[in-house]
Design a protein around this ligand. Structure first.
Ligand SMILES: Cc1cc2nc3c(=O)[nH]c(=O)nc-3n(C[C@H](O)[C@H](O)[C@H](O)COP(=O)(O)O)c2cc1C
Length: 357
């Protein structure tokens, strides 16, 4: 990239931010964001599947005013997208999760606090905004109960249980880079900096995960937390049906951005099957591969109620902290408004009626 193209004014797409962020942080940190598991077949498929879809636009629909307001998992949102749960954001900028959450609030969208946040949840929520809490199933039940109580106290709108990640996928870029956490970055909801445990987590944060997770465990979460329970990481329609039977209030259809099972199907492909399995009323969020406002529209048209923004927010964070994230969110919003107006789509309800191939 030329020097001139790195200036914020010249960054006009998510792809521009992806490229600029490469020069803003260390290569192992950039690889940690951008890479996935195995041969990264699913990482590539996640974006190409959106590119292969086509929108069938409607005309003469008086699109002089477009309304993108909606609710996402119980949170009011100015747009049909929210920030995905993403671990250890101080790897990419000193202000980490606080910067990303501030940008989310500024853009009137919710932010997902992650179990593996590099800043304690209490310190992130202080800055205001609307939040979800993402839970990894940990061996330490006491710690989970504490975090769930915190999520309630801090006014989170939902608990998002991530079920596709015990254990973490085999990410070959990280292996080749010998990637380990620097001394000042650690999962702050789980350990403190001087904890002996922090040292052992530098090589593999999933040491704390309990891989015995099964459907019966949802009951434990419901006993310890009254917030709506959302399951993140389902791809099979039968699992979606099981989630409904076990009382889930929503599903995030996700392959974890291709960071877990390589060659897993893409979220966009299976979305219509999942919508058919759960019926029209259960809330479905899609993530994995959303890179433009058009992608947001495509996901809604294929059955999602909203989407999560993952890597694009972190590329923005790496380039310019909260301002970088905000700029990325602004690009997505402008592209969404443009695609809605050019396809005769005035509301989120109409976006769900749009035909796509
Ligand atoms: C650096 C990074 C860290 C992540 N950490 C978590 C996490 O702690 N918990 C979780 O449920 N998902 C995590 N994810 C997955 C995201 O929530 C989301 O599913 C994924 O990023 C979507 O793919 P995309 O970013 O390619 O659109 C992480 C993703 C990235 C890129």
């Amino acid at each position: 990239m030329r020097e001139r193209d790195m200036q914020p004014d010249h960054l006009v797409t998510v792809a521009d931010f992806q490229e600029a962020s490469r020069h803003a942080i260390s290569e192992p940190a950039w690889d940690y964001i951008t890479g996935g598991s195995g041969d990264e077949i699913t990482v590539r498929a996640n974006t190409s599947v959106f590119e292969e879809r086509r929108i069938l636009p409607r005309m003469l629909r008086e699109t002089s005013s477009i309304d993108t307001r909606t609710t996402i998992l119980g949170a009011e949102s100015g747009k049909p997208f929210a920030i995905a749960p993403m671990a250890l954001q101080r790897l990419f900028h000193p202000e980490g999760e606080i910067a990303t959450a501030r940008a989310a609030a500024r853009n009137d969208i919710p932010f997902s606090l992650a179990t593996l946040s590099s800043i304690e949840m209490a310190k992130v929520v202080e800055h205001g905004g609307q939040f979800f809490f993402q839970l990894y199933w940990l061996r330490d039940r006491g710690l989970m109960a504490e975090m769930l109580a915190g999520a309630e106290t801090f006014g989170c709108r939902a608990v998002i249980l991530t079920v596709d990640a015990p254990p973490l996928g085999h990410r070959l870029r990280d292996v080749r880079n010998g990637f380990r956490l620097p001394d000042d970055v650690y999962p702050a909801n789980i350990v403190s900096e001087d904890d002996e445990a922090a040292e052992s987590l530098r090589d593999s944060v999933d040491l704390t995960f309990d891989t015995s997770l099964n459907w019966d465990d949802l009951e434990w979460i419901k006993e310890h937390c009254s917030l709506p329970l959302v399951i993140k990481g389902l791809l099979h329609p039968d699992d979606a049906r099981a989630a409904v039977e076990h009382g889930a209030d929503g599903i995030v259809v996700s392959n974890h951005g291709g960071r877990q099972l390589d060659q897993a199907v893409t979220s966009l492909e299976v979305l219509p099957l999942i919508r058919e399995a759960v019926g029209p009323d259960l809330e479905l969020v899609l993530d994995s591969g959303v890179r433009s406002g058009r992608d947001v529209l495509l996901a809604l048209a294929r059955g999602a109620d909203s989407v999560f923004i993952g890597r694009p927010a972190l590329w923005g964070l790496a380039v310019a902290g909260a301002d970088g994230v905000s700029q990325v969110l602004g690009i997505l919003e402008a592209e969404l408004l443009d695609a809605m107006s050019l396809s005769g789509t005035r509301t989120i309800a109409e976006a769900k009626e749009l035909a796509v191939w």
